[in-house]
Design a protein around this ligand. Structure first.
Ligand code: ADP
Length: 397
């Protein structure tokens, strides 16, 4: 049985075709510059690659290019779309409507559309992906929505209500929703699988550190609190995002420089974080290299990000009333051994010691704190596509 996993953005679309007998990826690819020009890069599992510049005025043409790549190109992996049993979509915002994945129908599409207010950059694009699949596959192939927010729906009001007049929650549903839920769920489940830890009574912190970063406190296998909030801007500093800070700074800068609310949002989302402080790049590798070469602002950005991560983990250990395991994932979490070593060094007081040899390894589930550390620290490469495929399979069964 083959499941097609779709992650549609406004001008790009990532996909994977997964064989559910083996859970192996048969092919994966990326369409970019949708609505502008259009190009596709498609890779089959055996290394064959197909890439082409193809006009993609809308998502529909992007999907047509994907179908060609999968069924006819030099890197084809199936003979026809009939071989695809179902389609799973990553949907960014499920609001407080969806605490689990659902089969898509007219009603679900309507809600995803309504929730665009909360995720204007993402939900409309996700919906375009769903509609393009209906156009290509018709009604006979089931489609499933897997929401980035649903894992976080177990939070209680103490964690998700913001300390502003309550009417804004009533009127506009302004609250913490969180993000990266599929990733936090996957790495937490993997942690239980590889360690044999019991969900009941467990206290876990998962750190998804990529371009966007979030940390989640998980109690009994359920999300207790998470750093991203109403939008993925909350939490701590990321590649280009500020994370939480004194809101008065915003009104101050707006008044000083005559900026609009949209200008401020643009600065906080696209020009802040590691990029804003270092002035070098949003990519941690570039910033680390610049810091190494003596760039003081790059060093400051690196130090600040590490400090904020340590502070978040510390606050969640207090919130959980203890800690059994900490997991790192995402591009930075999986690859930046120095960041992990710095975090473990600060958590020595908990009986955590870094296993330098394991901490230097890459690309596998691994314990990076020593075997006799009181708390297990792990690196678990995330696999959101597999979660989407598994949820899709279980919902169509
Ligand atoms: P996204 O959130 O866009 O999916 P990723 O999870 O791919 O992003 O993470 C991107 C980040 O991972 C970048 O900041 C990049 O510098 C960082 N990264 C990737 N490889 C390494 C590495 N070897 N060392 C440090 N950081 C790395």
């Amino acid at each position: 049985m083959k499941i097609f996993v779709v992650n549609a953005g406004s001008s790009s679309m990532k996909y994977q075709l997964i064989d559910m007998e083996t859970e192996g990826v048969l092919a994966k690819g990326l369409c970019e510059r949708i609505g502008v020009t259009g190009c596709i890069t498609h890779k089959a599992a055996d290394g064959r690659v197909y890439s082409a510049d193809t006009a993609m005025p809308t998502h529909a043409e992007a999907f047509e290019a994907v179908v060609y790549a999968m069924t006819q190109s030099d890197a084809k992996v199936i003979d026809s779309l009939d071989e695809i049993t179902a389609i799973g979509h990553r949907i960014v915002q499920g609001g407080d409507t969806y605490s689990e994945s659902v089969k898509i129908d007219e009603d679900v599409m309507k809600v995803v559309d309504e929730l665009s207010e909360l995720a204007p950059l993402h939900n409309p694009a996700n919906l375009l992906g769903i509609k393009a699949c209906y156009k290509l596959f018709g009604d006979k192939t089931p489609q499933v929505a897997v929401f980035d927010t649903s894992f976080h729906q177990t939070m209680e009001a103490t964690q998700y209500v913001y300390p502003i007049p309550y009417e804004y929650y009533d009127k506009y549903k302004i609250r913490r929703y969180g993000a990266h839920g599929t990733s936090h769920r996957y790495v937490c489940d993997e942690l239980f699988n590889i360690t044999g830890m019991k969900k009941e009574g467990s206290k876990v912190i998962t750190c998804h550190l990529g371009n966007g970063c979030s940390i989640t406190a998980i109690k009994d296998g359920k999300c207790f609190d998470t750093s991203m909030g109403f939008t993925p801007l909350d939490g701590f500093m990321m590649g280009t995002r500020s994370g939480a800070m004194d809101p008065s700074v915003l009104t101050y800068i707006a008044n000083k420089d005559g900026l609009s609310a949209d200008d401020i949002s643009n600065i906080l989302n696209k020009k802040s974080g590691v990029l804003g402080v270092s002035g070098v790049s949003n990519d941690n590798r570039d910033v680390a290299a610049a810091a190494e070469a003596g760039n003081e602002r790059a060093k400051l950005a690196t130090d600040m990000q590490r400090y904020q991560i340590i502070k978040f983990i510390g606050s969640y250990i207090a919130a959980l009333g203890g800690i059994d395991a900490i997991v790192f994932t995402g591009g930075i979490g999986e690859n930046d051994k120095d960041l992990r070593a710095a975090v473990m060094e600060n958590l020595k007081f908990l009986g955590i010691e870094c296993d330098a040899e394991n901490n230097a390894k890459r690309g596998e589930n691994i314990r990076v704190s020593t075997a006799d550390s009181k708390v297990g620290v792990y690196v678990i490469p995330t696999n959101e596509e597999l979660v989407i495929a598994r949820d899709t399979l279980s919902l169509i069964k």
